[in-house]
Design a protein around this ligand. Sequence first.
Ligand SMILES: [Ca+2]
Ligand SMILES: [Ca+2]
Ligand SMILES: [Ca+2]
Length: 491
Amino acid sequence: MTRVLLCALFLLGGGLRAADIYVATTGNDTTGTGAIGAPYATLAKAHSAANAGDTIIFRAGAYAGGVYITKNDLTFRSHTGEWAKIERPNNVSGQDNAFYVGTASNCTIRRLELQGGYYYALKIDTGPALVEDCIIHGSGRDCVKIPGADNITIRRCEIYDSGLRDPSNAEGIDNVNGDTMLVQDCYIHDIATNGVYPKGGSIGSIIERCLIRNCGQKGISMAQSSGLQFYDTTANPEYYSCRDCIARNNIIENCEGSGIDLESALRARVYNNTMVNVARSQQGGIRIASVDKGAPAGVVKCKDCEIRNNIIVLAGTSPRPMLFMGNNSHEGTLTMSNNRYHKQGGTAVYWWEPTSYSLDLAGWKAASGTDSNSTEGDPQLSASWHLDTGSPCIGQAMTIAGFSDDFDGNARTGTWDIGADQTGGTALQTPPPAGTIGTGGGQTTTTPPTGGSGSGTGKKDGGGGGCSAEPNAAAMLAALLPLLLAARRRS
Ligand SMILES: [Ca+2]
Ligand SMILES: [Ca+2]
Ligand SMILES: [Ca+2]
């Protein structure tokens, strides 16, 4: 009896113990076994050999991507102390994605460089998925494409050089109808169009503590229009472009379009962002817009949006407004306060369509009936977009429920400061120093998005990778041990 149970235990443990499968440029798909001493040569072979729960570990070097990942619970990462790249050319039709999470759920992509793709460097069709400490760049169009997958977490990544083949539609992160996306502590830069958008009716997505720079369009768009076929008309029968999405604690610099743009957004929350040299040539520092999406959606306005504690700086050369309320674009209650506006070398202009394109801040407050405690003037930012000592933004923000940190990860204790930086803690270097992936912040696990049952939480950060199924095997062992002991007592 004992022997039978021991055998069962061994088999169960063996079956549960996820394997590490190694891939090396010196490997061999025919003679290799996937062991560290006999690695495979390709991702394709490793994937075909893998079982759910396995970890595919790449030794240093570059590997062909484009593999359609179908197996659940896989982890992909560079070998400890080494760095690997998964790549596809961005100019060869048919080689669409450098890395493609197809039907597989609960995948983790950690410490890898994903480069190229005729369309996307990373495409994720199925959630949840965790992407962390990765460098994602050089795509033909979007760097990251999320077509409807829910619960995608992207954190501590550097994402740059989108649209190298086709810069007309090339976001840093393009999410269409993926709910509870969480983007944290990413450095997103040199993006042909928009830095990040959750659109197509994305629900409950959060973009926080990111540094977003050099965008051909908007820094964060919440969110521009999508084809009506992409909307979930059960969860979002009004065809909002996004619902309950949040942008907070981001630094956004040097964008042709809005720093943050609201378009057909329901309950968008815009808190404590610092936007510098945005709206260089398009929209406004923040724009609020409706869209006529055509039948059956019709005109969809923004509703019940909240915009507090933000800094917006426009260059003296910008012909665009500080704030831009589109014609008949918001319904319900617009709540704004404690924002700081600055037009370098002059006075800002605020637009309220269709009546005025020449409001000053007092006129904006009168037209909107909100934005109390907001002021205009130099916020006194440092070269790294943090607050200088003596900044008029210090201690002038209101406390917001739901978070208590800043861009740097400093705790917002006492009275809050306006913008992404709370003074008094250690500031992150911005832009981050060479060798840092992401902003350099966010090394601790933070609260997942509200309302997301599994949002990014299926994968608490292990930091160093490893075998995620081991705890299951241990749990099984613990569960079987009493049986084993009972059997021993009986024998
Ligand atoms: Ca796109
Ligand atoms: Ca959805
Ligand atoms: Ca700080």
